[in-house]
Design a protein around this ligand. Structure first.
Ligand code: HEC
Length: 167
């Protein structure tokens, strides 16, 4: 009697175990199937592109919160302004070579070169006037020598380089 009882128990127990295992496999297969149907995580570049497209064409600001938002937008725009040429370097020689030499080495369009005699009475002017000529432009020399991002300090540094190297 007891042996019969054990046999029934073991059979039922096995059925439960097998059923649980089958259920586990089923859940795994189901989750894999659901995973397949999900969209892949969008890439950072894709997210950036979508955000770019969602940007408004122009900002409209109204009221007190609008004023704060407008100021924040203006501050952001200022922060995005192009940097000063050559990372702000005031290395006169480097600036002369990169910007000024194109005209001044050969004396293009009557540009004075590093030879003192080509300057004539330009040297009667003071340093500030020469720097101002570079900043404002003079004759065939465009304002800031054609580099709008050239700072006043950089114009001064390159003029100083020229004046120091006249022979
Ligand atoms: C596109 C050619 C060109 C470039 C680039 C250029 N210059 Fe000139 N520069 C000239 C010409 C041409 C003159 C003479 C203008 C005149 O007197 O009509 C001149 C004149 C000058 C003068 C004399 C100004 C005066 O008041 O007589 C100085 C100083 C000078 N350049 C400095 C520089 C410096 C510094 C740079 C670089 C940051 C530079 N130039 C870049 C063409 C150029």
């Amino acid at each position: 009697m007891s042996e019969e009882h054990d046999r029934i128990f073991i059979r039922n127990f096995s059925i439960v175990i097998v059923a649980l295992m089958a259920f586990t496999v089923l859940i795994i297969l189901l989750s894999l199937a659901i995973h397949q149907t999900q969209e892949r995580e969008p890439s950072a570049a894709r997210i950036a592109a979508v955000e770019e497209r969602l940007q408004p064409l122009a900002g409209v600001y109204a009221g007190e919160t609008g004023r704060a938002a407008a100021q924040a937008a203006a501050a952001e725009a200022v922060a995005e302004e192009p940097e000063v040429a050559f990372g702000g370097s005031t290395d006169g020689e480097m600036i002369y070579e990169r910007v000024c030499a194109a005209c001044h080495d050969a004396g293009v369009a009557g540009a004075p070169t590093l030879a003192r005699e080509t300057w004539g009475d330009r040297l009667d002017q003071d340093r500030e006037a020469l720097i101002a000529s570079v900043i404002d432009g003079l004759g065939a020399m465009p304002p800031r020598a054609g580099r709008a991002d050239l700072s006043d300090e950089q114009a001064a540094a390159s003029v100083d380089y020229m004046l120091d190297h006249l022979d």
